[in-house]
Write a protein that binds this ligand. Structure first.
Ligand code: MN3
Length: 228
């Protein structure tokens, strides 16, 4: 059984960029529902006891759309909470700053690309900063779709483009939401850790391991726990 991971900050910690009301609905209602549905569906599919990363990939492989959508959304939101911080003192530094310069020609150009991709994405989904063989890239995914099921791509940062992420605070103004998200709460320290993890220097983000006991327990020695 997966648990809903607590927010890594208080509900009002991201104000005024993101209201406590938005975070409360988003985490306590939307994210919680995805986790609960994943638990029910993973059990039916005989996948309980497996890591959420495995559940997402297995659901995709088996064409189990309902489980994939809920499990991927459970994972995407847990990752998204880490991508924001009340102490998001920018700009990015070190290897991440260099990688952004190489790929986009500077932070401003990256922010423009990220905001444009996110704004132009039609309907619900996610805008990601990812790294891969060709360096950093901005991509979007539709609805629940995520990057766990994409070969050779590793996530550094994501912004939620579903209306529930911004409608209470920004109504239809998605461009304003993304712009302020990037400049006020984007967690560069987390993205830097993810970049290091992509190079094998440390463990990357993992969803908290499922509670053992319901089904098959996580086997010891396998990397199923999130990095500290
Ligand atoms: Mn959401």
């Amino acid at each position: 059984m997966f648990e809903l991971p607590p927010l890594p900050y208080d509900y009002d910690a991201l104000e005024p960029m993101m209201s406590a009301e938005t975070l409360q609905f988003h985490h306590d209602k939307h994210h919680k529902a995805y986790v609960e549905k994943t638990n029910a569906l993973a059990q039916k599919a005989g996948l309980d006891g497996r890591s959420l990363e495995e559940v997402v990939r297995e659901a995709k492989k088996q064409g189990d759309k309902k489980l994939f959508n809920n499990a991927a959304q459970a994972w995407n939101h847990a990752f998204f909470w880490q991508c924001m911080s009340p102490d998001a003192a920018g700009p990015p530094s070190g290897a991440l700053a260099q990688a952004i310069d190489r790929a986009f020609g500077g932070l401003d150009a990256f922010q423009t690309a990220f905001a444009e991709e996110g704004t132009e994405h039609f309907g619900s989904g996610w805008v990601w900063l990812v790294t891969g063989a060709e360096g950093l890239k901005v991509i979007t995914t539709h609805d629940a779709d995520d990057i766990l099921v994409r070969e050779g791509v590793f996530p550094l940062l994501v912004c939620d483009l579903w209306e529930h992420a911004y409608y209470l605070d920004y109504q239809n103004e998605r461009p304003a939401y993304i712009k302020r998200w990037l400049s006020e709460v984007a967690n560069w320290a987390f993205a830097e850790r993810q970049l290091a993890a992509s190079e094998g220097q440390s463990g990357g983000f993992r969803y908290p391991a499922p509670e053992a006991g319901q089904g098959r327990a996580a086997e010891p020695g396998q990397e199923r726990r999130p990095a500290p």
